[in-house]
Design a protein around this ligand. Structure first.
Ligand SMILES: NC(=O)c1ccc[n+]([C@@H]2O[C@H](COP(=O)([O-])OP(=O)(O)OC[C@H]3O[C@@H](n4cnc5c(N)ncnc54)[C@H](O)[C@@H]3O)[C@@H](O)[C@H]2O)c1
Length: 277
């Protein structure tokens, strides 16, 4: 979908922190789309990313739209660095209403017998541990804020196995971590939800997926359209905002129906279509 044109002040005066808020290439990845959409809805944004230039590009997009954001550089797989960046961000924001753990990256993809210890550890660090480090550093401020919302960006790879090593198990654990947060802090009013994006066309995917792969990704989803970062951002906005006040511990697939369709049905649709092409 195109970048939303209208804004409704749904997060007016909220303070938001987004991890992985840059984008891996020109264009709009999930962290950038979430940051821009939240800013358009009235939030002030702390942008955490290892890559200052990427996050600065998000900051510039927000400024162009009249919003306010600041970049806090950190490798969020390092607990001390993550805690220091969150502390700086909280000091600048003056509190916290919503945290989006967007950072994640496909990694540790080798078969087990070829997988180095470091690759497995990196997969868990990028897709699970960073969210734990950041949430731990932010939790007291979140509980004192007005929004009290956490949104974790997982993946359909955390719901369905792809045979790719660390990424899926880490995302599955992130979904369970989300539920644990919901139960742990629910009595204090905190809501924690996850999103499982499906085949989303982001700058990173655009780089590695050729036209044939993109066509398969599109057709395997019952809706037969390509999702993009704005689709994920809209779901994050809903789950973060007050309209979702009775929703916690949920994992919302944003996937065009790819986790709804039975594998055999998906296969028959693709095989049937290719037989008639
Ligand atoms: N793109 C997809 O198709 C897809 C599908 C399912 C789930 N997801 C999930 O969506 C999220 C966003 O993915 P994306 O492709 O849109 O990426 P993105 O474009 O949002 O970029 C991620 C950002 O993370 C930053 N980063 C990388 N390592 C870091 C580190 N150690 N510390 C701090 N920052 C770091 C990068 O500099 C980059 O700016 C991830 O959690 C990903 O797993 C994406």
């Amino acid at each position: 979908m195109p970048e939303p044109a209208a804004a409704y002040g749904r997060l007016q005066d909220w303070r938001a922190l987004v991890t992985g808020a840059g984008s891996q290439g020109d264009g709009v990845g999930t962290g950038r789309a979430i940051s821009v959409l939240f800013a358009r809805e009235g939030a002030r944004l702390a942008l955490l990313d290892r890559d200052v230039e990427r996050a600065a590009a998000t900051q510039a997009m927000i400024a162009e739209r009249g919003g306010e954001a600041r970049v806090f550089p950190a490798d969020l797989t390092q607990p001390t660095e993550a805690a220091a960046a969150v502390a700086q961000a909280l000091a600048w924001l003056g509190g916290l209403d919503v945290l989006v753990n967007n950072l994640g990256l496909g990694s540790g993809g080798a078969r087990l017998e070829e997988m180095a210890d470091a690759a497995w550890a990196q997969g868990l660090d990028l897709n699970l541990n960073s969210a734990v480090f950041v949430t731990r550093a932010a939790i007291a401020a979140l509980l004192a804020g007005q929004g009290k919302a956490v949104v974790n960006i997982a993946s359909v790879a955390g719901l369905r196995a792809h045979g790719v090593g660390a990424y899926g198990p880490a995302k599955a654990a992130l979904i369970q971590f989300t539920r644990e947060l919901a139960v742990m802090y629910g009595p204090q009013g905190l809501r924690a939800n996850a999103i499982a994006p499906g085949h989303i066309l982001t700058p990173l995917v655009e780089r590695f997926a050729g036209p044939a792969a993109r066509e398969t990704r599109r057709r395997i989803a019952p809706l037969e359209i390509e999702g993009d970062a704005w689709d994920v951002a809209q779901a994050a906005l809903f789950l973060a905002g007050p309209e979702a006040r009775f929703i916690t511990g949920a994992c919302l697939p944003v996937d065009g129906g790819v986790t709804a369709i039975a594998p055999l049905a998906a296969y028959e649709r693709l095989a049937g279509e290719s037989a008639t092409r």
